[in-house]
Design a protein around this ligand. Structure first.
Ligand code: SAM
Length: 254
C-alpha cells in the first residue's frame, strides 16, 4: 500500500517489524506465485505486496479489522434484491469472515469464497454453519486459486480487494478477473473513494481509475457514490459501488 494511511488499515498491529513479519510469513504460508511473464507487474510472490498474508491474518487474529461489520454490504443486498445480479455461481474474492458469502448462499447463489487468511475463513465457516448454508471455502491466494478453479463464475464479488491490490498488481488482478469470468459475467466492486480523508479509511480510487482500469475488460452498468459502514466509523467511509458486466462478443455468428 503506497497510501500514507497504510499503518492504520489493518487496525493497531503491535507487531510490525517488517523483516520479522516477512520471515514468519514465509514459515507459515506457502502462497508464492511463479513469476508470470505476461502479467507485466513483475510480482514474484504475495510477499512482494505491502500487506503480507501474515499481516492480513493478524488483522483478524488481533480483533475486529476496520472493514468488518458482520453484515452483508448494503450495496450487495440492494443489487441482489433488485434482481440486478442474476443467480448462478459466485466467487467472493477475499471473502473475510463471510457475511457477503452467506448472504449470497441464502439467496440461492452457488458460492465459492476465497481468502488468504486462515483465521477469516475459520470464522466464515462458523458463520455459514450457523446460517445452515453450504459454501465452498478456500484458504488461498486468489491468484493461485484461479489457476485450478472450476471457472468461469457467473458473478464475481470484490468487496475491498481491488483497491488494495491495484497499486502493485493491477495486471495480475485484471488477468485474474479475465480467467474467473466469461462473457456475460457480472462483477461488483466496492472500493474506497480517493476523496475520503477520515482516519482508517480504505485506499481510495477515482472515477478515472475505475473507468480506465476495470473498463478495459468490463462495461459499467452502475457506478454509485456510497458510504461503507465500519465498526470504527459510524458515518461510514465514502466509497464506490460499481456493477459491471463482461460484454458478450458482438457480431459473432456460427
Ligand atoms: C479489506 S478485506 C475485505 C474482506 C471482505 N470482503 C469484507 O468485505 O469484509 C480484504 C480481504 O482480502 C483478503 N486477501 C488479501 N489478499 C488476498 C489474496 N491475495 N488472496 C485472497 N485473499 C486475500 C484479506 O485477508 C482480507 O480478508
Amino acid at each position: 500500500m503506497k497510501n500514507r494511511r497504510s499503518s492504520k488499515y489493518l487496525g493497531e498491529l503491535t507487531f510490525r517489524d517488517k523483516t520479522e513479519i516477512s520471515k514468519l510469513a514465509e514459515e507459515f504460508f506457502d502462497f508464492g506465485w511463479d513469476e508470470d511473464p505476461k502479467s507485466g507487474d513483475g510480482l514474484r510472490s504475495v510477499s512482494d505486496l505491502h500487506v503480507s498474508p501474515l499481516e492480513w491474518d493478524l488483522a483478524y487474529r488481533e480483533g475486529t479489522p476496520y472493514w468488518e461489520t458482520g453484515r452483508p454490504a448494503r450495496e450487495l443486498v440492494r443489487l441482489v434484491e433488485e434482481e440486478k445480479i442474476p443467480r448462478g455461481s459466485a466467487l467472493d474474492i477475499g471473502c473475510g469472515t463471510g457475511a457477503n458469502a452467506v448472504f449470497l448462499a441464502e439467496k440461492g447463489f452457488d458460492v465459492t469464497a476465497v481468502d488468504i487468511s486462515p483465521t477469516a475463513i475459520e470464522r466464515a465457516r462458523t458463520r455459514a454453519a450457523l446460517a445452515g448454508v453450504n459454501i465452498h471455502f478456500v484458504v488461498d491466494d486468489v491468484f493461485q486459486f484461479i489457476r485450478s478453479a472450476p471457472t468461469p463464475f457467473d458473478f464475481l464479488l470484490d468487496a475491498g480487494f481491488y483497491h488494495y491490490v491495484r497499486g502493485q498488481a493491477l495486471s495480475t488482478y485484471l488477468d485474474f478477473l479475465w480467467r474467473a469470468s466469461r462473457p456475460g459475467s457480472y462483477l461488483l466492486v466496492l472500493a474506497g473513494h480517493a476523496a475520503e480523508t477520515a482516519e482508517g479509511a480504505p485506499p481510495g480510487v477515482t472515477e478515472d481509475d475505475l473507468r480506465f482500469e476495470l473498463g478495459r475488460l468490463f462495461e459499467f452498468l452502475e457506478m454509485r457514490l456510497v458510504r461503507f459502514e465500519g465498526p470504527f466509523c459510524p458515518e461510514g467511509y465514502l466509497g464506490w459501488s460499481c456493477l459491471l458486466h463482461r460484454p458478450l462478443v458482438r457480431g459473432f455468428q456460427r
